[in-house]
Design a protein around this ligand. Structure first.
Ligand SMILES: [Zn+2]
Length: 512
């Protein structure tokens, strides 16, 4: 065992059953041995013990690895190497993480320094030493910071407006801008929106300490910052170890509260914790609406797809202008990093609507015909063979699965922002859920129910076509989605280019 490496201070004990027939007693005895090793060596420890009998899911292992990558531990202590995973691949992965983070593996019989043992990971000794030194320095810094944060010191980086950092006490102290912050909270509690406050400040000539306008984004940042109620939060984000943006910079993730160090009453508050909490509740109720709801839901939300790249088209309303389908924003990257944007252009929604309703009327008529057929020619009570319909829904579910893969691939290639990616995946998953519900419905729907439902659909759709529906936009959207899988949309060329659409109906394609 190398003595050059840093001394072991804190370790993670990992314990799990490696065979299904191992009893809890055996496991506890093994754990006792590991605890004994720790106390003999004066090591601090955290225990990660998988409970339950599942061989495949190891939540504690993942928890341990996450903390390990934040430099919490110098070593992992376990009964034998095989405990680290259910098969050799997992074990190798875990050992690779240990090696990368300079964490040793200790079993009752040996101590392994994986970073040196698996020397092949590094091209020469120099990089290994450099890496170890780098890791040690980083470990000291991060641990020092974390320790400092635990005592309530301000280690959160940028000092929030309204405070100054006092380097003697290491705490935040309100400064001459504190009254502005206090006022932002007060105005918001009085029912003003961030936009209202921004306008009022502009009229009054109130600026940020750097002389910027207090726009609504800056005000929103203030309202969301727990520092103003006296709370210090450390570790709000973490840098991804594997995932990178197209630019090559590592992605940042928001951490969960569990991973953060949160100290209340760390410094003098500018607003009371009660008021801060009230503001939080108001913010949440205002922000919970999806963006589409804020521009007023469009009945075609989620239904229109770019015919060139498959992306769901979004909508936009510029101040005082008509609602539009936006131009497709998908980027196609070339090997040299440059990109072209999808050629599909946007259009005024009313132009699209004219075209759509013209086609959709044919579908509704066919649906009515279908309804009449059922009512007139098939004796009530006879079971219709729905096998075809089931097969087509099952096929649709499968193809949605493929769609998810395509979007994931597109995301890896940089074609989507994080937000768009999440949105797109969510969208597809919703569609899958809906299809699955339909499938289930098919299995237990009686014919009478089907007729009633069809009748209801036909009359509602008629009302929409005639422009006298009483349904709200999101109900119309749901009704359209019940019948339409998606609408393929094409508009290529200059501002005179024509719009082309092709409506893909669900299940009943033969009708139109
Ligand atoms: Zn496109």
């Amino acid at each position: 065992m190398s003595t050059k490496m840093n001394k072991i201070k804190k370790v993670a004990i990992y314990s799990r059953k490696s065979r299904p027939d191992e009893t809890d007693e055996v496991l506890q005895r093994q754990l006792a041995v590991l605890l004994d090793i720790c106390s003999k060596n004066n090591w601090e420890y955290d225990v990660f013990q998988e409970v339950g009998s599942s061989q495949d899911i190891n939540p504690e292992l993942n928890k341990m690895l996450a903390k390990l990558q934040d430099f919490h531990y110098d070593a992992v202590v376990t009964t034998e190497q095989s405990r680290l995973g259910r098969n050799d691949v997992v074990i190798a992965q875990v050992k690779h993480v240990l090696a990368t983070y300079g964490v040793k593996l200790i079993t009752p019989t040996q101590t392994l320094d994986l970073a040196t043992q698996e020397g092949t990971l590094y091209s020469d000794m120099q990089t290994l030493v450099d890496k170890q030194e780098y890791l040690n320095t980083r470990k000291r810094l991060i641990r020092g910071k974390r320790q400092s944060a635990k005592t309530g010191n301000w280690v959160g980086g940028r000092t929030p407006v309204g405070y100054k950092y006092d380097s003697v006490s290491k705490r935040l102290v309100p400064n001459e801008y504190a009254p502005v912050i206090e006022r932002i909270f007060r105005l918001y509690l009085l029912g003003k929106s961030t936009t209202n406050i921004a306008e009022q400040f502009e009229l009054e000539g109130v600026f940020t300490p750097q002389g910027f306008k207090w726009d609504k984004a800056r005000i929103a940042v203030v309202l969301a910052n727990p520092a103003y109620k006296g709370t210090a939060v450390y570790g709000k984000t973490k840098v991804s170890k594997i995932s990178r943006k197209p630019s090559g910079a590592p992605r940042q993730f928001k951490t969960t509260e569990e991973e953060q160090i949160i100290i209340d009453d760390a410094h003098q508050s500018i607003v009371s914790p009660e008021d801060w909490e009230r503001v939080r509740l108001i913010r949440e109720s205002r922000n919970s609406k999806p963006p589409s709801a804020r521009i007023g839901k469009v009945i075609f939300t989620g239904l229109i797809k770019c015919s060139l790249c498959g992306r769901i088209q979004s909508f936009q309303r510029r101040k005082g202008k008509e609602l539009r389908i936006t131009s497709c924003q998908t980027r196609h990257y070339k090997e040299d990093g440059s990109y072209t944007v999808c050629e599909n252009k946007g259009v005024r929604l009313d132009k699209f609507e004219k075209l759509f309703y013209f086609q959709f009327e044919g579908f509704v008529n066919a649906l009515k015909q279908h309804l009449d057929d059922i009512k007139n020619y098939i004796p009530i009570g006879e079971v219709i063979n729905r096998a075809d319909e089931k097969v087509s829904i099952e096929k649709a579910i499968k193809s949605k699965g493929q769609e998810i893969k395509r979007v994931q691939k597109g995301f890896q290639m940089g074609g989507y922002t994080d937000e768009e990616f999440t949105q797109a995946i969510k969208e597809i998953r919703n569609q899958i859920t809906q299809l699955e519900q339909e499938l289930e419905g098919l299995n237990n729907k009686s014919q009478i129910e089907e007729i009633n439902e069809l009748e209801d659909s036909v009359s509602k759709l008629r009302a929409i076509l005639e422009g006298n529906t009483k349904m709200c936009k999101s109900d119309i959207n749901a009704l359209l989605r019940k019948h339409i899988d998606y609408i393929e949309y094409t508009r290529i060329g200059d501002h005179k280019a024509e719009v082309e659409i092709k409506v893909h109906y669900k299940g009943r394609e033969t009708l139109s």
